[in-house]
Design a protein around this ligand. Structure first.
Ligand code: AMP
Length: 113
């Protein structure tokens, strides 16, 4: 499967990793929209948040345990934003589930990625 994030997970495509465990990888976005812009992805290929169900929701819960750890490591004490885009109408450009962590500045209210 030609998936850029699967390539990053395999190590075939370089990335700036900030967190890794058995099921989750986080790395810096190649085109940052904020001083801190990190993508958190499940290592299993899940196409988008629209594919979350009882068979994979444990990994999603784990991602939301990891996100505060990353925010702490990145010193995002003033807060941050977590975004996932779903499908073409939602602005998803990479069809592998990912959560954007944006922070390091006061973000515009309606800012998306
Ligand atoms: P989305 O538009 O929500 O699907 O977000 C995809 C994100 O992946 C964009 O913010 C891209 O800048 C980012 N991206 C695409 N390719 C890479 C890559 N090789 N390494 C890091 N980030 C990437």
């Amino acid at each position: 499967m030609d998936c850029v994030f699967c390539g990053i997970i395999r190590g075939d495509i370089p990335s700036k990793k900030v967190y890794e465990d058995d099921t989750v990888l986080a790395f810096r976005d190649i085109n940052p929209e904020a001083p801190v812009h990190i993508l958190v992805v499940p290592k299993d290929h899940i196409a988008s948040a629209d594919m979350i169900d009882t068979t994979n929701s444990e990994i999603i819960a784990h991602i939301f345990e990891v996100i505060p750890q990353i925010a702490k490591d990145e010193d995002l004490t003033g807060g941050y934003r977590v975004i996932t885009n779903v499908g073409p109408d939602g602005g998803q450009s990479v069809p592998h589930l990912h959560f954007h962590i944006l922070g390091g500045a006061k973000l515009p209210i309606h800012m998306g990625v």
